[in-house]
Design a protein around this ligand. Structure first.
Ligand code: ADP
Length: 640
C-alpha cells in the first residue's frame, strides 16, 4: 500500500515537472539567448560608434594640423604659436634659423650668438697696457666704452673689468651683462659677463650672493635666454661656479624642445615635409619645406592639446567617448578600443577611441541579466517546492482514501462471518432440524458467541468514534492494576477456552494503584491479548507480565508470533493501518485496535511501546503512572 501511494505521488511529481519545469527551462533558455543577443547588439553599437568617432576625430585633427602647417608661412601666426612657451616655430633659410617670438631653445643646431668682438679697435690701448701705462689704457677703454658699436662697447667693458678688482670689477661685468648681440668665441658677452661675476663673487667669498646669481643664471641658461650651441650650453651649465645646491632637476621646456629639435635635425629635417611625434621627449614636430626655406613647429603636449585637440573634446562629449593620442608605434588595440595608427592616418600619433560609459552600460546589462536570473531562480524554487508539497498532500490524501476503503472491506468481512454463522444456526433451530435438547443448547451457545462477537465489533467501532469525538469522557478512579490485569486475563481465557490458547501470567500479589477507567483499560488490554493470540498462529501461548519501574506500572503482553517489520512499527498505531502480512495472510481485523490502545493509554498519562522481530514475536508494553491513594479524602494523585 505505501508502495502504491508513493508510486502515484511520484507520477504526480513527474507530471508536474513535465508541465512546469520543462516550459520554465525553455523560458530560461529563451531569456538567456535574448540577453546574449542584447549584449552582442550593444557591443556592436559601441563598436560602430567608436569607428564613427575615430573617423570624425581624424578628420578634425587632420584639418587642425594642416591649418597649422599652412599658417607657418605667416610670421604673426608663427609668433602666436610660440606665445605660450610650450612650442617653438621657426624658419630656416639657408644657414639662418629664426625662431618665432616667444619661443625659446636651451641650445640650437644653428646658433647665432652675435657678432664677435674684434681686438682691432683696442690695439692702441692694449699696447699702452702692455707698456705698463694702466691709467692711459683705462682712460682709452673708458672712451671706447661710450661707443655706439655694441662689439666695441663690449670689448671695452670686458677690458675695463679685467683691469678692475672686487666691487669695481663686479660693476663692469654687470654693465657688460646688459649688452646683446656681441660674443666672444661664440659665447654671448652677456652670458660671459654673468659667469665671470659668479667667479668674482666666489673669489670674494660672497657665497650667498654667488649662489643667488648662479641660480638665476642657471635658470636663464636652461630657459634659452641665449642663442648658443649645445657645446657652449653644456660647458657653461657644467661650470663649477653655477653649481648650486637644490637646483631644479626637471628638464625645462626649452631643454626638451632643444633635444627634440636636435634629434629631428639629425634624422628627418631634410625630408620635404612631415609630422613626427617623439615618444622620448613627448614633442610633436610638424615641418614644411618650400625649396630653400624650411618652416617647422615643435610643441610640447600642452601645445598639442591647446592647438589641435580642443575641438576633439567637444566631439568626446557629443559621442560619449574618450579620445587620446598615443605613441604611433603602438598598433594593437585592446578590447573596447578603436585604434588608428599614424601610418594609416598620416597624423603624428596613433588615435585611440574608447567608450566613456561603455563599461557602465555593459555592467548595467549584466546586472539586469543577474536580476532576471535571480527572479527566475526564485520562481523555479517556488514552483519546485510548491509542486513537492502539492504532490505530498495528494499522496497523503490517496493513502488515507486507500486506508478507508481497506477498512470498509475489512469491516464488511468481519461482519459477514458471524452473520453467516448466525443465519445458519438460526435456520437450523427454526426448522427444528436439531431436536436433542443438549445439541439445541450447544447451538444456542454458539449463537450467543457470534452475537457477542458482533456486539464487540460494533462496540469497538462505536468506541473509536466516541474516543475520537471525545463524547465519552474517561471516568478515572483508583484501581488495583494487578487485580484488573488478572481479571481481564481470566475472562479472556474463559472466552477463548477450547482454542488451545494459554496465557502465562506473572503478577506479584502487591496491590498497585493506578488512576484509571476500568472499561477503557480492560478494552486496551483485551485488544493486546487478542492481537497476541491472533498473530501467533503457530504458538498458542501468550505471556503477560506486570512490574513496577520508576513510579510506573509496566504491563507487558508478549507472544512468539509473526512479528512486525521495522518499517511498520510506527504506522500500526495509526487508525485503519494494518500490517502487510495481516492483509496478505488473511488475518481478520479492521486496523483500529492499536489506535484505540494508544488513545486510551495516552488519556491515562501513559504510553505504549512495541519491540518486535519478524518471525520471533512481539512484546507490547503499556506504561501507566502509579498513583498514591489517600484514604481520607478519597483522592489520588500522580506519584511521579
Ligand atoms: P488489526 O489487528 O485489526 O489489523 P490493530 O490496530 O489491532 O488492527 O493492529 C494493527 C496491525 O498491527 C495489525 O494489522 C498487525 O499487522 C500488527 N499487529 C498488532 N499486534 C501484533 C502482534 N502481536 N504480532 C504481530 N503483528 C501485530
Amino acid at each position: 500500500m505505501p508502495g502504491r501511494s508513493s508510486n502515484s505521488s511520484r507520477r504526480i511529481v513527474g507530471l508536474f515537472l513535465a508541465l512546469v519545469l520543462v516550459p520554465s527551462a525553455l523560458l530560461v533558455w529563451l531569456g538567456w539567448r535574448l540577453f546574449e543577443q542584447d549584449r552582442a547588439n550593444a557591443l556592436r553599437q559601441f563598436e560602430e560608434r567608436r569607428g564613427q568617432t575615430a573617423d570624425l576625430a581624424i578628420s578634425i585633427l587632420e584639418q587642425a594640423v594642416a591649418s597649422t602647417e599652412s599658417s607657418l608661412r605667416d610670421t604673426a601666426a608663427r609668433n602666436r604659436v610660440a606665445a605660450h612657451g610650450d612650442a617653438v616655430a621657426a624658419v630656416i633659410d639657408g644657414s639662418r634659423l629664426s625662431l618665432a617670438e616667444g619661443g625659446r631653445l636651451a641650445y640650437s643646431p644653428l646658433p647665432d650668438p652675435g657678432k664677435d668682438v674684434s681686438a682691432q679697435p683696442f690695439a692702441e690701448a692694449d699696447a699702452l697696457k702692455q707698456r705698463g701705462d694702466v691709467a692711459g689704457a683705462r682712460e682709452r677703454y673708458h672712451r671706447l666704452s661710450q661707443s655706439r658699436e655694441v662689439t666695441v662697447k663690449a670689448g671695452a667693458l670686458l677690458r675695463l673689468s679685467q683691469l678692475a678688482t672686487s666691487d669695481a670689477r663686479l660693476d663692469w661685468l654687470h654693465r657688460l651683462s646688459q649688452l646683446e648681440g656681441a660674443s666672444l668665441e661664440d659665447v654671448p658677452v652677456g652670458l660671459l659677463a654673468r659667469v665671470e661675476r659668479c667667479h668674482q663673487l666666489d673669489e670674494m667669498q660672497r657665497t650667498p650672493a654667488r649662489q643667488q646669481e648662479a641660480t638665476v643664471l642657471r635658470e636663464d641658461l636652461r630657459n634659452g635666454r641665449w642663442w648658443i650651441s649645445k657645446l657652449v650650453y653644456e660647458a657653461n651649465l657644467g661650470d663649477g661656479c653655477l653649481n648650486v645646491p637644490g637646483a631644479l632637476a626637471d628638464r625645462t621646456a626649452a631643454e626638451t624642445l632643444a633635444t627634440a629639435i636636435e634629434s629631428w635635425w639629425q634624422s628627418d629635417r631634410l625630408t620635404p615635409s612631415g609630422r613626427r611625434y617623439q615618444p622620448a621627449t613627448g614633442v610633436t614636430i610638424v615641418w614644411v619645406n618650400d625649396g630653400d626655406t624650411q618652416r617647422f613647429v615643435a610643441g610640447l603636449p600642452g601645445f598639442v592639446e591647446r592647438e589641435w585637440l580642443t575641438p576633439i573634446r567637444t566631439l568626446e562629449q557629443r559621442q560619449r567617448a574618450r579620445i587620446v593620442t598615443r605613441d604611433p608605434a603602438i598598433r594593437t588595440a585592446t578590447a573596447g578600443e578603436e585604434r588608428r595608427s599614424a601610418a594609416d592616418t598620416d597624423l603624428p600619433w596613433s588615435v585611440v577611441v574608447s567608450d566613456m560609459d561603455g563599461s557602465a552600460e555593459m555592467a548595467r546589462l549584466d546586472q539586469r541579466r543577474s536580476l532576471w536570473l535571480a527572479g527566475l531562480a526564485a520562481l523555479l524554487l517556488l514552483l519546485g517546492s510548491g509542486g513537492y508539497f502539492v504532490a505530498r498532500a495528494i499522496g497523503r490524501e490517496l493513502a488515507v482514501a486507500r486506508l478507508q476503503s481497506d477498512f470498509v472491506a475489512a469491516v464488511s468481512h468481519e461482519f459477514r462471518t458471524p452473520l453467516t454463522s448466525m443465519r445458519q444456526l438460526t435456520e437450523i433451530l427454526v426448522d427444528e432440524r436439531v431436536t436433542a435438547p443438549e445439541r439445541q443448547s450447544a447451538y444456542f451457545r454458539a449463537l450467543a458467541r457470534q452475537t457477542d462477537r458482533l456486539h464487540r465489533l460494533v462496540e469497538s467501532l462505536l468506541d473509536l468514534g466516541r474516543l475520537e469525538a471525545g463524547t465519552t469522557p474517561y471516568r478515572l478512579e483508583p484501581l488495583d492494576a494487578c487485580a484488573l490485569v488478572r481479571s481481564v486475563v481470566e475472562e479472556f481465557e474463559r472466552e477463548t477456552a477450547g482454542n488451545g490458547v494459554r496465557i502465562e501470567l506473572d503478577v506479584d500479589g502487591t496491590a498497585t494503584q493506578v488512576a484509571g477507567d476500568r472499561d477503557a483499560l480492560t478494552n486496551a488490554l483485551w485488544n493486546l491479548l487478542d492481537n497476541a493470540v491472533k498473530y501467533s498462529p503457530d504458538c498458542r501461548t501468550v505471556w503477560v507480565n506486570v512490574e513496577r519501574n520508576a513510579g510506573r506500572l509496566l504491563v507487558r503482553v508478549r507472544d512468539q508470533g509473526i512479528g512486525i517489520p521495522d518499517s511498520e512499527r510506527r504506522a500500526i498505531f495509526d487508525k485503519f493501518v494494518r500490517g502487510a502480512r495481516a492483509k496478505t495472510d488473511g488475518f481478520k481485523g479492521t486496523g483500529i485496535g492499536l489506535s484505540m490502545v494508544r488513545h486510551i493509554v495516552a488519556a491515562h498519562g501513559g504510553e505504549v511501546r512495541v519491540e518486535s522481530a519478524v518471525g520471533a514475536g512481539s512484546t507490547f508494553t503499556v506504561a501507566l503512572p502509579i498513583t498514591k491513594f489517600e484514604v481520607q479524602s478519597s483522592k489520588f494523585e500522580a506519584a511521579t
